[in-house]
Design a protein around this ligand. Structure first.
Ligand code: NIG
Ligand code: FE
Length: 401
């Protein structure tokens, strides 16, 4: 069905810029944008339906390119501990942290995980999210990583949104491999990744490169296997210390390196050359009360594309609003509202390997967009969360929210 959407303004986000079209018209057909431009330039079009958007501002559908939305339990008790002064690393060393979510996730059935993840994802969708990444990484054995990734696929089957599933088996050391990190990496490479990839459950492979997780050498083994399987890689890097994981990620043409508070200028140069997106996660920075800022000026100077994501997870960023992350990207990391919006559209799409099909409003791209009843695009980064009035269109069809 061909639809004409009119009486709107558009921030197209082509090349990551607002690129504003005032009094725009958008023609969608078969789930794609067929034409977008000033209404005055629209040629007569045979549309089955015409929709008046009441001069709303249209942006691409928002893309949350880094989430751990599937997990069992929650960690509000650890939040209380941290407020008493215990650090994230100390809690992890005492068997809490990721390990406690692993216990709860292993104990949960696939249906239970789906039910709780669906609620969280629906909260993100109420914020205009039409594409989402979901990582595994709280199962840490074949059966439980499979369970998580199946829930990720089911979210896409049962909700009107696109989901990319990332295998993060190298997130933490499971208790049965205590003291044997290299053996666990071997297990990931020889058993888990080949099986999960063969089942079609994996779109990308991620790892956590940190003193309390895996070394660059261990991460590299995972990357080599991912490439053998034809899968792109991503990396949690430089969150708590500098191990140059982001340079390693760039060497493996990673889609993204994420967190990055402790990255160096050399890392930025390597990422720019490889086209690896910097995914910044201000929710985790805020929630852990970190003080080391990502090197924004170096990222800009070297032309690294910057994305923003919720990092929705129970330990470091229980963030259910991607727009809140826009605000935090601006207030905490000094991004401009324009950079922040590019970070959840154009560059987030690239961070998921979807840059050719998603993330901007242009002919040929998927017709995922949001018509916001706001005064100017910067309002999206201005309001602290909340449910802004809007209409959400996915693949050319309006969805209710
Ligand atoms: O992105 N950094 C590692 N992974 C998550 C935290 C996971 C957790 O604490 O449960 C993150 O911040
Ligand atoms: Fe994460």
């Amino acid at each position: 069905m061909r639809t004409l959407w009119q009486h709107c303004h558009a921030a197209t986000m082509v090349d990551g810029r607002y690129a504003i079209i005032e009094d725009a018209a958008i023609v969608t057909c078969a789930g794609l944008i067929e034409w977008i431009g000033p209404r005055s330039e629209l040629r007569p079009v045979e549309a089955e339906r015409t929709v008046d958007l009441g001069y709303a501002w249209v942006t691409p559908g928002l893309i949350d390119c880094h989430t751990h939305a599937v997990f069992g339990g929650n960690r509000s008790g650890e939040f209380e501990q941290r407020l008493q002064g215990v650090s994230y690393a100390e809690i992890a060393a005492q068997g809490g942290g990721i390990a406690s979510t692993v216990r709860a996730t292993r104990a949960a059935s696939e249906d239970e995980l789906f039910a709780s993840a669906r609620q969280r994802v629906q909260a993100l969708m109420r914020d205009g999210v039409t594409t989402l990444e979901v990582k595994s990484g709280y199962g840490l054995d074949l059966a439980n990583e499979r369970k998580m990734l199946r829930v990720a696929r089911r979210l896409a089957d049962e909700l009107p949104l696109s989901v990319r599933a990332t295998c993060l088996a190298a997130h933490a050391l499971p208790p049965e491999y205590a003291g044997r990190a290299d053996d666990y990496i071997t297990h990931i490479c020889d058993e888990m990744l080949p099986a999960l990839a063969a089942e079609g459950l994996v779109d990308a492979v991620d790892a956590f490169c940190e003193h309390l997780a895996f070394s660059p050498a261990q991460v590299e083994r995972v990357f080599i296997k991912a490439h053998e399987l034809g899968l792109p890689v991503k990396l949690h890097a430089e969150q708590l210390s500098s191990l140059h994981g982001s340079s390693l990620a760039a060497r493996y043409q990673a889609l993204s390196a994420d967190h990055l508070e402790f990255m160096t200028e050399e890392d930025a140069i390597a990422m720019a050359a490889a086209g690896t997106v910097a995914v910044l996660l201000p929710g985790a920075f805020y929630f852990l009360r970190e003080t080391e800022l990502p090197p924004m000026e170096a990222l800009r100077r070297h032309g690294v594309n910057i994305a923003l994501a919720s990092d929705l997870n129970p330990g470091t960023s229980p963030g259910l609003s991607l727009r809140l992350m826009l605000n935090m990207g601006c207030t905490l990391f000094r991004m401009t509202p324009e950079e922040a919006l590019a970070g959840v559209t154009t560059h987030a799409a690239t961070a998921l390997g979807l840059g050719d099909s998603h993330g901007s409003l242009e002919a040929g791209k998927v017709a995922d967009f949001v018509a916001w009843h706001i005064e100017r695009p910067a309002d999206l980064a201005y309001w602290l969360g909340g449910d802004l009035p809007k209409r959400v269109v996915r693949r050319g069809h309006e969805i209710s929210n």
